[in-house]
Write a protein that binds this ligand. Sequence first.
Ligand code: ATP
Ligand code: MG
Length: 331
Amino acid sequence: APRVLSGIQPTADSFHLGNYLGALRQWVALQETSDAFYCVVDLHAITVAQDPAVLRHRTRVSAAQLLALGIDTDRATLFVQSQVPEHAQLAWVLNCITGFGEAGRMTQFKDKASRQGSDRASVGLFTYPVLQAADILLYQADQVPVGEDQRQHLELTRDLAGRFNTTYGPTFTVPSPHIVSGAKILDLQDPTSKMSKSASSPAGIVDLLDEPAVSAKKIRSAVTDTGREVRFDPQEKAGVSNLLTIHSALSGRPVAELELEYAGRGYGDLKKDVAAVLTDFTTPLRAAVDGYLADPAQLDAILAEGAERARTVASATLAATFDRVGFLPRV
Ligand code: ATP
Ligand code: MG
């Protein structure tokens, strides 16, 4: 079975619809057909300042959501990144074969650093994609189910794997450039940019754990256009197209069918129905998350077992890497 690795940051009290439709839904599907490793990437989270108590809570909330969404620890290995020290160790080696200019060309870094002011942005934020490469290469992953927004980071991972293999001898699987992802979901208030935990305003984000009334209001207030026609046209009708994408992804009905259904009807009807299909999805999810959070010790035990399993793979890759580089064996 192909090996799959993906991660998500514990940087919000809830995952949003972009996380789910762009990536997490594929995580659940891929555990059936692949040897999947999924991690909550708390090392990535601290590339921007985090309150310790909030981070700890969000790490558990993130794991609870993954379990509630259907990640099954009999099929997939679910763990927290900081509990597998090999991630930080391999990242160091990869940092040393990454060009300064190469890292500086990453658009996510440029976006996030410019939002913070470049003097405030941390060196950790700069090397974020290198740590991501370490996550992937440690597990010799063939496939990486991430959103379209991660394409450039995946390309860097492939470059670093190839460079290391050429310099030191074959060590890492070069992951497929194919993005195993779903839709790119846009900010409801600004449908020219992606829905994002760190960049979107609260009104632009649909959180999976929002109360139904809250998400219905956000969807009702979503920016559309001055026209009246419900038509999928990402250039001219970015907002309406985003709502159609969301409806289609959640209801399983093709966009073309939805266009017919809403022909001659207003945007209001579409928005009402998007809110309804969303509520059908999130109501049982919220209950399941509450169930996991009610017993944090049990949740921590599930994660400890995942980390144990992850370490058996990660430590073998790290040992091979250290040997290639010329580090002395630990006797
Ligand atoms: P941040 O803004 O802090 O980067 P994020 O909202 O992008 O947060 P991440 O934890 O970085 O969330 O990403 C988790 C996964 O969700 C990644 O695989 C990413 O590609 C995917 N993803 C994030 N936003 C979207 C989106 N709007 N549409 C589709 N996929 C997305
Ligand atoms: Mg992101």
